[in-house]
Design a protein around this ligand. Structure first.
Ligand code: URA
Length: 432
């Protein structure tokens, strides 16, 4: 069957067999399908949808399209987590050391920031000297020795997704639930984690604006991961306002360290939630016991020490933990004040965009990132503020009036604020 025939079947809204999907993915990976054919296939999927079985076949074929990391020989359960992307979401920097301190091995493959969302690899590179490029062997060895490693997947991992994603990016075919699910899950399944916790965000700073779309995506990803024999759960969480109080690479690393030292806010709350869910899935631990164990490693400093071990193992300058001048903020500071008295509203999207425009993020793959650019919230969404009260500080190096005005516009003061729970729901294998 040719690529043309396969596109034709999906164009007519018919169901593709696993074999047909596998064949198309092989043509994507070996270059025999053209970009035009990939675009047509993706548009047909976007408009016609896919069954769970088709989505699993697509994910499985993509996961097998390149190099896969094999499970280390050492006994133990390996966990991974993945967020669909947000603003001030540095949960990975907290969750991984907490779990590793509790003996759950974390084999965490992460990505870079794009657009208004930040990326874990960029944040980790805030530690001078730290490397996020590792061979599969080095990654595996570090997970065995330290209990955790956080790195980027290699160029050879899931090449079919790399090609398809590049085409989707320029053909308005990113926002298809089965295409996102297969893209994310193929990268997870190319690695060896037994337990995968997904954080599917909704709200103005998320990929999915609507809760119902986030739930759909979460359910499909759990279904695909479960069909592949992994333990997968998905938290559906709010991303209307920034999760933590810091936005930008150095600023977010500072905040992750502060949380491991005892600071508490929504970022710490969600991190504890994720750790709890992973412990429940990995070890069948009851919620109360999981919370207690997490509290112990946070309280004793064991999780903080584990984070230092990970940084050292990856070549980073560990002095930054005690000396924040090694995680500097940019030279210029603009203060933002409340424009009235009432309840504060904060837009994650506007702040993420402002940070990126100031150089703290990237608009296209490969752009450099200024780690010192940051936004520090002094007041959180929903808090009562007085007229003229300081609500945020913006740190930047290059003047950009439009970006600064975007940051200013991210804050509004209104009479009321409708608080939403941080976690809308959790989808496990029994919910699919
Ligand atoms: N992130 C991915 O890795 N793939 C998508 O399709 C969307 C977000």
């Amino acid at each position: 069957m040719t690529a043309y025939d396969i596109i034709e079947i999906k164009k007519r809204g018919k169901i593709l067999s696993g074999e047909q999907i596998g064949q198309f993915v092989r043509m994507v990976a070996d270059g025999s399908a053209s970009d035009a054919q990939i675009a047509a296939f993706c548009m047909a999927v976007l408009l016609r949808g896919m069954t769970d079985e088709e989505c699993f076949a697509l994910t499985d074929a993509m996961a097998k399209s390149g190099e896969r990391t094999v499970k280390p020989r050492a006994e133990g359960i390996y966990a991974d987590k993945h967020s669909t992307g947000g603003v001030s979401d540095s949960t990975t920097l907290i969750v991984v050391p907490v779990l590793a301190a509790l003996g759950v091995k974390c084999a965490k493959y992460s990505g870079r920031g794009l657009g208004h969302t930040g990326g874990t690899l960029d944040k980790l590179e805030s530690f001078r000297g730290l490397s996020v490029s590792m061979t599969a062997e080095a990654f595996e060895a570090q997970v065995e020795k330290v209990g955790a490693a956080i790195a980027g997947q290699t160029e050879r991992t899931v090449p079919a997704d790399k090609r398809m994603y590049a085409v989707r990016d320029v053909t308005a075919t990113v926002d298809s639930v089965p295409l996102i699910a297969s893209s994310v899950m193929s990268k997870k399944l190319a690695s060896f984690a037994d337990v995968i916790l997904l954080d599917v965000k909704f709200g103005n700073g998320a990929f999915m604006r609507r809760t119902s779309d986030a739930v759909k995506l979460a359910r499909l990803m759990v279904s695909v991961g479960t069909a592949a024999g992994r333990k997968v759960g998905a938290a559906v969480t709010d991303m209307d306002a920034p999760l933590g109080d810091h936005i930008g690479c150095n600023a977010e690393v500072r905040e992750a360290i502060e949380i491991l030292q005892g600071k508490r806010n929504a970022l710490s709350e969600l991190s504890v939630y994720h750790c709890c869910k992973i412990l429940q899935m990995a070890q069948g631990m009851r919620e109360e016991e999981a919370k207690e164990r997490i509290g112990e490693v946070l309280g004793s400093g064991a999780a903080l020490e584990k984070f230092k071990e990970i940084v050292v193992a990856q070549g980073g300058d560990v002095r930054a933990f005690d000396d924040f001048s090694l995680l500097p903020l940019a030279a210029h500071r603009k203060e933002i004040f409340a424009s009235g008295a009432g309840r504060l509203h904060v837009s994650a999207l506007a702040l993420g965009k402002a940070c990126a425009r100031l150089g703290g993020g990237r608009s296209k793959e490969g752009d450099p990132v200024d780690h010192t650019v940051g936004i520090i919230l002094k007041k959180r969404a929903g808090e009562r503020v007085k007229d003229g009260e300081l609500v945020a500080e913006v740190y930047y190096n290059k003047e950009d009036a439009e970006a600064l005005s975007l940051a200013q516009g991210a804050f509004a003061v209104r009479r009321s604020y409708r608080a939403r729970p941080l976690v809308f729901g959790f989808i496990g294998k029994e919910d699919i």
